[in-house]
Design a protein around this ligand. Sequence first.
Ligand code: RAM
Length: 390
Amino acid sequence: MKTGAMMVRLVAVLALMAMAVGVIGGRGLGVARAQDANMTCAGEPALGAPSADAGTPMADAGTPMADAAATPMADAAASPAAGGEGGPNVAFLPKDVVNPYFGTAFQGAQEANAELGGEVQQVGPQESSAAEQVTWVQTLTQQQVDAIAISANDTNAPAQALKDAMAQGIAVVSYDSDVAPDARNIFVNQASSEDIGRIQVQIMGRLLSCEGEIAILSAASTMTNQNTWISFMEDELAKPGYENLTLVDTVYGDDNPQLSFDRTIELLTAYPDLQGIISPTTVGMTAAQEAIAQEGRSGEVQLTGLNLPSLARSAVEDGTVQEFALWKPADLGYLAYYAAVALVNGEITGAEGDTFTAGRLGEYTVGANGEVLLGPPFIFNAENIGEFDF
Ligand code: RAM
């Protein structure tokens, strides 16, 4: 072979090697490659990348501040009991009382109640209903509970009733799904809303190598948490690098299992080329798992979103789901109870910078807009799902 030809080949080989390094490093290409779980389609570091949290990350994710508090239980015990001899009476009012997600969250509230004293109850609609939540707020106000912790079906519907409750000295904590900020003292958020929204799109980008038609199956169109997350999903999708990942529809299953199942079937029928569904609701994702499997589309239509590991386990095992996200709902209920008691005690008012100790979770600081963050979201997959029992 002539030297000139050899040079050409050498340059070509070197160029290919340089490209390979670029791909592996995920740099300078604008588009991350599917094989790099640490990069998003936009070429940014991925949130909650499994490799970054190898081991038992949920232990950390669920108890973000545990290390920060040297003797959290001692601090908790030092908190004065509120509401008279028996301690405060705290009522949890979830979106509905049938959804296992809220059952798990309430277990955490009961755990905190066993540590702090007082009374705790969970009441609410059998199906997610904004109107019924308003009635429940009025009932709890008449009962003169010390605190109401609400996960709202509608941002604004319960606002007036909650303001009336606050006017009567009842502390109001929103948890999981916020209400209008002037209708509560504190919002206990499971993780940054931005991270929760983006992480689901990042997972889908990874599953589809940044290419394909996707849809969102949400809960109700009035729900604060899902709407906020969806706005961050859309923002993530608008970044350069996501041009070929196309959101074709957003539909609402109202956190009703049958409606969510039906909506999934409708999506699969209306969009024959659909390659992915993101469902930012445990009820929706569980129903979508069943619908996709029943239609024989497992592995062909990728599904991710938010779910309890216990409800997603069989779908992970049969290949319908590869990766999804959540946090520890029990820790959310636990933290919401501690926040409610701290408000009732007058330890905090909900002002930015207020601090309180939440038992085994350690110390928390109230952030802007009266928001308290539990911790980062966490990604579940086939490797780690066996470690979780909720
Ligand atoms: C459902 C509810 C809840 C949400 C989870 C992820 O259980 O809509 O509000 O936080 O999904």
